[in-house]
Structure formats: C-alpha cells, structure tokens
Ligand binder design. Structure first.
Ligand code: ZN
Length: 203
C-alpha cells in the first residue's frame, strides 16, 4: 500500500480570486504530490512499510523521510482548513474565541501577524492547549503530528510556494486574503474533538 495524494476537498476554481486554480495546480498537483512520491520512495528502505502516515512521521529519523511525510500530512490538513464560503464560528468555538481573543477579528489579526513575521518557510497554527485557543508557528516541515499532545485546529502554509504565483513576494497580501475569505470555521469547530491529527492521516 502506498500513500496517495488526497483529492482537494473543493473544485480547483473554487477559491479564486484569493487562491487561483494555477496556484492549486502547482501547490497541490506538484508540491504536495512530490511529498507523497518521495515518502513512498523512502518508506520501504526505512523498514516502515505498512505503518500509517502519522506512525511514519513519528518513527522516522530526522531527515528526508520524516520531512516529506510531515509535509504530506501538513498539506492534507491544510486543504481541509480552506473553504470558499465559510460560515462564521458558532457554539463552543465562538465561546473559545471570545474568551481567548475577545473577537474573531482580533483572533485573525493576531494569527495574521504571526504568519507574516514567521522567518523563512513554515506553518502558522491555531491549536487547542489546556482547553484554550493558542497561536503558534512551526518551521519548515515541522508538524503537530510529530508533537505528542499538540491539538491542531487550523493552519496556514507560509512557504513561498503557497503564494508566489498569485501574490509574488507579498506574503502579507496572501495571509490577509486567506484569513478574510477562505477560513473553514466548520473544520476548526470539528477539530475541537481533538481528532484533527487523524483527519489528515492515511493507513
Ligand atoms: Zn505548501
């Protein structure tokens, strides 16, 4: 059994103009696919065939297999975080936002600042920690799937390959466009069950 490139959970035109079909063709069709292909190439040599993707991430030594498997998982989670018509947060999620940040606007602006100032490649994350929302960033391919107890709710890819076609070097424009238009609040609310790691896993 090989790992697969999970299909996008939306039409490739659905996120335009904030994220173009061309960006998705490259980001999903080439970058994400390359992480799948390299993981499949390396997994047998490491003696980890038959393990789930998350098990491979946790068992692989630091190096190419760990990095590619982590990026395979990160991107599989990331696409689910995006939606062309996200309904605003409600229920427990709305309460956590209120108690942690005061408002959705403050949450998004705080998250946006973290994503914009993150140095180099990596990912901005909204996580659940001790029953509260927390914003953090991880470098390069580092992933919550490798950190026991880290509960991912939402992520934003800030690798340059995520925005160069649509926004050239202007990471802040990309960050603002996604946060203001493409956040899948339903997926974030779903991940409050602490099942987010499994939602991008593969057997
Ligand atoms: Zn990416």
């Amino acid at each position: 059994m090989s790992f697969i490139l999970p299909p996008l959970p939306f039409d490739r035109e659905a996120l335009a103009p904030h994220m173009s079909a061309e960006t998705l063709d490259f980001h999903h069709g080439k970058h994400h696919k390359a992480y799948v292909d390299v993981t499949n190439e390396l997994v047998n040599a490491a003696g980890l065939q038959g393990k789930s993707l998350v098990e491979v991430i946790r068992a692989a030594k630091p190096g190419p297999l760990h990095n590619n498997a982590a990026q395979l998982w990160n991107h599989s989670f990331f696409w689910q975080c995006l939606s062309p018509a996200g309904a605003p947060p409600t229920g427990r999620l709305a309460q956590l936002i209120e108690s942690g940040f005061g408002s959705t606007e403050v949450l998004l602006s705080t998250f946006g600042e973290e994503a914009e100032k993150h140095f180099g490649s990596g990912w901005a994350w909204l996580v659940l920690e001790d029953g509260a929302l927390k914003i953090t960033t991880l470098h390069d391919g580092d992933t919550p799937a490798a950190h026991e107890g880290m509960v991912p709710l939402f992520t934003l890819d800030v690798w340059e390959h995520a925005y160069y076609i649509d926004y050239r070097n202007a990471r802040p424009h990309y960050v603002e466009a996604v946060l203001n238009n493409l956040v899948n609040w339903d997926f974030i609310a779903l991940n409050l069950d602490e099942g987010g790691i499994e939602r991008a896993d593969q057997k």
